[in-house]
Write a protein that binds this ligand. Sequence first.
Ligand SMILES: *[C@@H]1O[C@H](CO)[C@@H](O)[C@H](O)[C@H]1NC(C)=O
Ligand SMILES: *[C@@H]1O[C@H](CO)[C@@H](O)[C@H](O)[C@H]1NC(C)=O
Ligand SMILES: *[C@@H]1O[C@H](CO)[C@@H](O)[C@H](O)[C@H]1NC(C)=O
Ligand SMILES: *[C@@H]1O[C@H](CO)[C@@H](O)[C@H](O)[C@H]1NC(C)=O
Ligand SMILES: CC(=O)N[C@H]1CO[C@H](CO)[C@@H](O)[C@@H]1O
Ligand SMILES: CC(=O)N[C@H]1CO[C@H](CO)[C@@H](O)[C@@H]1O
Length: 924
Amino acid sequence: MELLELFVRFRALTTICQSKMEAVLHTALLLDKGDIIKSTPAAHSDDKTVRFVNSILKGCQADLVSELLDPIRLLDGKSFCNGQELFEFLNAELVKHFPSKSDALLLAVALLQLFVQNNYTGPAASSSAHTVLHESNDSDGKAHALSVCLLSVFGQPAYELCDDAIYLVMSIILLEQITEQQSLFSGGNEGSGVVEIPASETPALVACAHWWRARALLVQLSLLPEPSGLQPIVVSSILGSVDLVYAISKELPSHLKSSLEKQLGVIYYLENVKCSLATNTEHLCLPSLTKVQKLTGLQFVLTGARAKRTKYQQEARSGLIILAKSSPSSTNIEDEKDSLSPESFELNSDVLLERPIFQSIGDEPIDDQIVKRRKFDGEAGLDEEKLLPVALRQEDIPLDLRELDPNEQPALTNYDNAQLLLRLYVIRQTSPAQNPLVEEELSAILGRVLYQSGKKNWTLFSRALWERSVVETTKAKTIERGLLQMQSLVEEMEIKIKTRMLPQGDVNEKVESNVRMSLIHQLPFMPRWSLDAKLAEKYMSVGILRSAVDIYERLGMLCEAALCHAAVGDEKTAESILAKRIEDNEHDARALSILGDIRQDPNLWLKSWEIGKYVNAKNSLARYYYNPPSSSGLTKDYNACLKHLNESLSLYPLAFDTWYFYGCIGLECGKTDLAAEAFTRCVSLDDTHSLSWSNLSAAYIEQGKLKEAHSCLSKAIGSDSQNNWRIWDNFMLVSMKLNMWGDVLLACRKLVEIRKNKVGEFSIDLPVVEKLVELLVTSDFPSNAPERLSHFQSSCMEFICDILPTVVTTNSRCWNQVARVELWRKRPWAALECYEKEYRAMSHNPDLEFDEKVWNQTVDACDDLVAAYESLGVMEGKHGEGSLVCKDWKYKARSTIKSLMSRGKNNWEDSDGWERLLEMRRNL
Ligand SMILES: *[C@@H]1O[C@H](CO)[C@@H](O)[C@H](O)[C@H]1NC(C)=O
Ligand SMILES: *[C@@H]1O[C@H](CO)[C@@H](O)[C@H](O)[C@H]1NC(C)=O
Ligand SMILES: *[C@@H]1O[C@H](CO)[C@@H](O)[C@H](O)[C@H]1NC(C)=O
Ligand SMILES: *[C@@H]1O[C@H](CO)[C@@H](O)[C@H](O)[C@H]1NC(C)=O
Ligand SMILES: CC(=O)N[C@H]1CO[C@H](CO)[C@@H](O)[C@@H]1O
Ligand SMILES: CC(=O)N[C@H]1CO[C@H](CO)[C@@H](O)[C@@H]1O
């Protein structure tokens, strides 16, 4: 009896350990860290799971896949008519052969990693899926073609020339089974796709499977020309809540829990950013980047520096530098796989790399534009919650960073390098293209990643080199060098030659694949063909059509090749390439739609939508009906346009541009509910888009919701780095309707600031100024000013009395307002100056002698001035008791009238104005 009880207890104990052990193993796998397992005593290497996990971590996924799949001869003697058949077969067979979730998960991971190895990082495994799965020799790669079909989404074919697509399909199917989610391959794409992973109810193993599924779907997305379908939504929801981490960490043994939870948190946030980048929702990244930075303790700052760029350059120029330092505690967590460190190599190879030598740091003025772009408020200190915190002055640089040697900055941890690179991608994706200042910032980031002491990490280093050459191609001076670098990197990564630029791992293929796979799920995927495609794009951008087309044709990217021809006006060739493509593959909805774009033929778009639900076909249709070509005989059709956009958005709601267009049309045709909904979606995708905020407010104004409109406009001006005066104008009008005079004043001031250089005194909104002055002068001027002035009073005074006089010239209504405020401030001498200035400006007008209107106005101004002399002259002057504003006011008034009369004598002696001047002189 006792013995039995003991036995039961023991079993319970071991199963708990088993499940904890499993959580540890899978955490190690997610983190790509073998040492975690070694540090866990319960892990016996004879355990099957431990062995499998270890072989994936060592980069032997190809062996593992062969070991598990070779014996079952999955495709032996099988044939399939279409993708669905293949899917159903795999769906049934895989669960039959791998009923245990744990085994299934390991197989899924191995398959995914093998697919990535074969197409993204290399070197390719020696045996192909064809062999491993025992596909019959005469089937002619049918399984691959059908797999590509399955991976295609909404009419966009997945990249056809990728290797072993069936591995990815199998991996995704297994992961869908373990997580018990509806398969995205099953055709019926009902449901929202949103995945919920409550931390307490989801077993760690299942949470890991969700995580790997997100990774697998991101791989799938990287095979498509544009993000589309439910995949982005599924991935964003899996990687959308940190509960994913807690679901796993709750099962970790206590001695490892906090450290592993933190590391999982780091990769979770990194992958969250990667996901936003991949689904074009990059505006949502900043909070996650901030979290990673807090977790790893990275300190960094962008600041000015003097540097010599090449050894031939004599003088140092000012430039930008990133100072960065990893936290000492996170350096310990990360083990460096010493044995795998690449051989050291020379970075200063003349042609390819030149390392800047920094001289002084932090006392260089930073270009105004950078400061402005970052909306840095000019005050001291450092706002850390920015994509790139900027230190304007040396004293703003945190102490730790100020002490760094700029030419020998310490190695950063891999995660810190990765987060810097992700920031680079986010900045690039959210900034206007070809902006030289942005390129400078990007170069500074890349410089920091490339030039650091210590070992180089293959993934990070090759990525940084690649991005650096991409940046070089955007500058006229370095474009050729950039293209050269890109070419040689493409070659190096493609063919395994011994090279100069990239660190080489061990010659052993497995070890090398392992090194190259590290961090692959934390950085945006860069499949082999995308490097070539990028090079082609660059060739195209500098007008080297032939090279670009050659590359695209070699890559089998025929739509892109056609677009190149179309871009240089050779539509005939473009059409014939596309027509041929459609003939060969009638399911290519994207090709059909692009052909439609070239021919402006609605039927092609309709067909594209019909066969593949290709979203851009709907967008093209909408544009077409919004602005039909005159040859079509059609007129603008709002309803058709809205209907097409509605269908496009129902299918793919993450498309910012489409929502924006939808909303603008809604505003245009008076559908304000629709417009409000559309712009609300826009700002939820990018809450820094001031035009969307402004348009959303326009919809609210139409609906009479002024409060809402006002708060939208506050957001709009908060992120209006372009100084769009219309937004400020709207803000002013709405604030006025709500009697929010502080905001009215703010906007009125801003409008003058923005527009004075263009339109001078017309930047002043007179009725508003008059209203503001009215408000001001009806309050009491406090006796002991300036201390007791309210904010509104002092700001309004500053605006009217200090700013306006620098902008107004002849507008007497405006001068009157200034004078009014000066009087209110008990400064009659200053009020008198206003009339003098006004009159001086008027009387300098050369038209005075020909244009009676000008003459009349000048007489008016003279009248005002004379009246002012009369009423203000005798008041107490600025020097206090005993002094006068203008002692000889009578003399001045007379001579003013006299000089005007002498100028008008020739032309205006009989005019009414002349009479008035005589009258004035008599009255003095
Ligand atoms: C397929 O071809 C290879 C070599 O071409 C041959 O070794 C193998 O036996 C063939 N397999 C089948 C099932 O015919
Ligand atoms: C590169 O970084 C990854 C991730 O931390 C690490 O596993 C790998 O060992 C590093 N490689 C080298 C050569 O340092
Ligand atoms: C499309 O129209 C339907 C019916 O009017 C509406 O329910 C739906 O919300 C609209 N979809 C979008 C994305 O606006
Ligand atoms: C100038 O003012 C007089 C009245 O003071 C008026 O009769 C005349 O039309 C005005 N001339 C112009 C061009 O405005
Ligand atoms: C189409 C393509 O670029 N396929 C590549 C996938 O990756 C392997 C290397 O691992 C290349 O050999 C293939 O050419
Ligand atoms: C009222 C308003 O601000 N409408 C704007 C909405 O956005 C479009 C496109 O940017 C502008 O042209 C409209 O003026």
